[in-house]
Design a protein around this ligand. Structure first.
Ligand code: NAG
Ligand code: NAG
Ligand code: NAG
Ligand code: NAG
Ligand code: NAG
Length: 330
């Protein structure tokens, strides 16, 4: 009886294997999940491990890859404060392109915490290895920060970084070495236009948000090719200033008046593809209660269920970007 059963199942497996082999990219319908942690965190922290475990519990078979800039957790944490973000994202892009699982997946889901969410958007725009499918960002400063108040008491690495940020964010030292300076953004409150210093010296944000005169349309094409960009704002955030940056809004620093993304030039003139993404219902604005990075397990469960389930759920997966391998019927 047992041997008969195993013969039958061996036959079934052989049949399955040959059908999988003739459609090699259907092998896994559960896309891998990238997680990019925030400032002051490390890829091997207990919190990130718990998030990864939960992701696998909700969607069994998920391959989770915590993004890291060093195999050493301490150095990975240092890299959240110090480094050139252009080079950091390039390194992540190369690591993913060389990774046996991530480089062969049809697409990747991505979950970014705080600045990690912004950097995953930079990955989507700049990197031509495996494209992203759904990108969910928690508390990410998509429109930059005008101040930062997140250092914990006794965190001298963080305090040193913030002192440097406040003393001269536009120095070449800050822009080439200090991570938060590269998404620091200054506007003139009378005009709500970015300052000349920002446009001239910002190493990251002014470029990836296409705020300069010369726009890189590759950024717009790639961002519009996402299936979903889900921006989740912490309702009572006191760390990311202004907190509305998490929904890509502009805030008048004097009157505190908020200009939502859909009323801004970056959207109306579609500098980075957000309008196109919105028109195909790919842009989501969500809120979650609490201060910066206060995410309950129930909230994460909802996110994993809603955005990171098997892609079968979404019908046809159309691969993004020029390197796409065509479209896939699931
Ligand atoms: C636009 O961005 C892409 C992706 O990062 C890059 O390969 C290309 O060189 C950029 N084009 C210009 C004109 O900077
Ligand atoms: C950051 O790195 C990129 C790539 O190496 C380089 O082109 C750029 O000049 C650097 N930025 C600064 C401000 O040094
Ligand atoms: C802001 O813009 C207005 C109008 O162009 C200008 O008069 C003013 O000097 C600017 N303020 C600063 C601080 O640059
Ligand atoms: C920003 O707020 C100040 C103070 O209320 C106001 O004078 C200014 O006109 C506002 N800027 C814009 C562009 O609405
Ligand atoms: C989240 O999902 C896990 C796995 O299914 C479950 O054990 C846990 O109770 C859920 N948590 C909440 C708060 O719903």
């Amino acid at each position: 009886m047992y041997s008969l059963w195993s013969t039958a199942s061996a036959l079934i497996f052989a049949a399955l294997a040959s059908s999988v082999l003739s459609h090699p990219s259907i092998e896994s319908t559960q896309l891998p999940l990238l997680i990019w942690h925030g400032l002051g965190d490390r890829f091997d922290a207990d919190g990130i491990k718990a998030v990864a475990t939960l992701a696998e519990k909700i969607n069994p078979g998920t391959y989770v890859y915590p993004i890291h800039l060093s195999d050493d957790g301490g150095s990975d944490r240092t890299a959240t404060f110090y480094g050139n973000v252009t080079e950091q994202v390039q390194q992540v892009c190369e690591d993913i392109a060389a990774h046996p699982v991530l480089s062969t997946a049809p697409a990747l889901n991505a979950l970014g915490f705080s600045q990690g969410g912004l950097f995953l958007r930079v990955y989507a725009q700049r990197c031509n290895s495996t494209p992203l499918w759904n990108l969910v960002t928690y508390g990410s400063p998509h429109n930059g920060i005008s101040d930062f108040t997140g250092c914990k008491a006794g965190d001298w690495l963080c305090k040193g970084a913030m002192t440097l940020l406040r003393s001269n964010a536009w120095s070449s030292l800050a822009q080439s070495r200090l991570v938060p300076a590269q998404y620091y953004r200054e506007i003139n409150d009378t005009t709500l236009e970015p300052t000349d210093d920002y446009l001239e010296y910002s190493n990251l944000l002014a470029d990836v948000n296409n705020e300069r005169e010369l726009k890189n349309m590759t950024y717009a094409e790639r961002l519009a090719a996402l299936n979903k960009l889900v921006m989740i704002e912490f309702a009572d955030d006191t760390t990311v200033i202004p907190k509305e940056s998490q929904w890509f809004s502009e805030v008048n620093g004097t009157s505190k008046e908020i200009t939502p993304l859909r009323e801004r030039s970056i959207y109306k003139e579609d500098w980075i593809g957000l309008k196109k993404l919105d028109e195909k219902e790919g842009l989501e604005f969500r809120k979650t209660p609490g201060d910066h990075m206060q995410i309950g397990e129930g909230e994460l469960n909802k996110t994993f269920e809603e955005w990171f389930g098997p892609i079968k759920k979404y019908g046809t997966l159309t691969l993004q970007d020029s390197q796409s391998k065509g479209s896939l019927e699931l």
